[in-house]
Structures are given as C-alpha cells and as structure tokens.
Design a protein around this ligand. Structure first.
Ligand SMILES: Nc1ncnc2c1ncn2[C@@H]1O[C@H](COP(=O)(O)OP(=O)(O)OP(=O)(O)O)[C@@H](O)[C@H]1O
Length: 235
C-alpha cells in the first residue's frame, strides 16, 4: 500500500488585519502519498502561497488537522515547527536564495549544520555531492553560485532542498526567474526526481508545467474547486 505522507483535513486559515478577516483557505482537505507529484494552481489571491506556507509549517492553520507522516503537526510551537520543518520539508522557491560567498557544495550542505546533532563535515560534504549528482551538477561542486547559469543555480537550490531527505519537496513557482529553456531543464529535473521517488507539491501559474504533475489542485477563493488526475497517471 502507498505510504501516506501528508494529510490535510478541513484546514482553514483566517488572517486578521485590524477589523478585517480574510478567509484565505476554507475547509481544504487532501492527501499526498509517497511518490506523488501534485500541482497547485489558481488565480492571484486564491490562497496558493498560504497553502504552501501551511504545508511547510511556516504558519499554523486556524482550524483543521494537518498530519505529516502520521504525526499531528496542526498545533506546534515555533521551535517544534522549526525542528520538523528541518527534518521533513524541502523548499524550492522562485528565488534561489543561495549564498554567493559559499561554494556550491557548501550551499547544499548548509542545512545539515542546523541539525541536532550536527552532521560531521566530511559526511555533510559527501551527502551534498550525492545530491548535486542527482541534479547533474557533480562537475560544479567547487564553483560559486554566480559562476552558474540561472537554471544551474535553481538545481543547486533543489539539491539543497533534498539534503535532509525530506518527506516532501515544496516547490513555489520554480521557473519564475528563468527563461523558458532553463525553466524546461528545471522542470525535467523535477520530473526525474519524482520518477526516482521524491514526493513533490508545486505551486505554478504555468498550465504546461501543472500538466507534468500526477494530480492538479485548482484553488479559487480559498477552496479546492477541481482535482484533476493526469490521464497518463490514471491509466
Ligand atoms: N499575512 C497576511 N495578512 C492578511 N491577509 C493575507 C496575508 N497573506 C495573504 N493574505 C490574503 O489571503 C489571500 C490569499 O493570499 P495568497 O498569497 O495565499 O494568494 P496566492 O494565490 O498565493 O496569490 P499570488 O498568486 O498573487 O501569489 C489573499 O486575499 C491575501 O490578500
């Protein structure tokens, strides 16, 4: 049986700004299984970023239940959320957020520094090189980020997101800062990682890229209005 990675049940998120309440997410329920590739799309303001930030434990839900690998993470302290986030979540953003002064391999190894207990330096480097090989950048480990193309920098960011062997990779508009050629390379890379077993949940505006996912969630005004299964996957 497929392993349940993520369960969101009746999740809502309300933002309070002065007198105003914004119901950013309304009664959202869905599951993500090991090896899934989910895309989230919808018009500006529909709640995509809010949903991703809840999934990534960057913000708590106002109500509902959220489980990661069967552990209830609906009501965590900030410290608990940070610990689980480091162990279980890999993030890839539109901005690459690499540190220019560090080599590629040191950028990728960086999250291991913040693990308790810290991972020994040699092991951290070996693991970072393995992740860089997974994104076809094993030949660029000692380069600095600014010596790489945008597509290569995003692949470094993906390698960094994989370093702690997360339960899920959360990806937010991964091609937003790339031209279409580099965007395609990054998307092909994500598809390959998913084929190798990585579970992915990605926010994208691009319908062509949303089609690469197994399942597409469409949000409108904070609600899931459509769940579309990729025909190829459904067969
Ligand atoms: N911190 C906040 N405080 C108050 N309202 C917020 C906050 N963050 C988001 N919102 C509101 O919640 C709703 C959903 O916003 P969200 O950023 O999740 O949308 P989105 O689909 O990611 O939009 P975009 O595609 O433009 O990035 C919007 O109405 C937004 O104004």
């Amino acid at each position: 049986m497929e392993k349940l990675k993520i369960k969101m049940k009746n999740i809502s998120k309300i933002f309070y700004t002065g007198e105003m309440e914004t119901h950013a997410l309304k009664d959202i329920s869905f599951d993500i299984y090991e090896g899934d590739y989910i895309s989230i799309s919808g018009p500006s303001g529909c709640g995509k970023s809010t949903l991703l930030s809840l999934l990534g434990l960057l913000a708590p839900p106002s109500s509902g239940q959220y489980l990661i690998e069967n552990e209830d993470v609906s009501n965590l302290t900030l410290t608990e959320a940070a610990t689980i986030r480091n162990r279980k979540i890999g993030f890839v953003f539109q901005q690459f957020n690499l540190i220019d002064e560090l080599s590629v391999v040191d950028n990728v190894a960086l999250p291991l520094k913040y693990q308790t207990p810290p991972v020994p330096l040699n092991e951290a480097r070996d693991r970072a090189i393995k992740c860089l090989n997974r994104v076809d950048l094993g030949h660029r480990v000692d380069h600095k980020p600014n010596q790489l193309s945008g597509g290569q920098q995003q692949r470094v960011a993906i390698a960094r997101a994989l370093i702690a062997d997360p339960a899920i990779l959360l990806v937010d508009e991964p091609t937003g800062n790339l031209d279409s050629k580099n965007g395609d390379v990054v998307m092909d890379m994500l598809e390959q990682l998913n084929k190798d077993g990585t579970t992915i949940c990605m926010v994208t505006h691009d319908a062509r890229y949303a089609d690469m996912a197994h399942r597409q969630l469409h949000l409108l005004d904070g609600e899931i209005v459509e769940q579309k299964q990729n025909v190829m996957e459904a067969v």
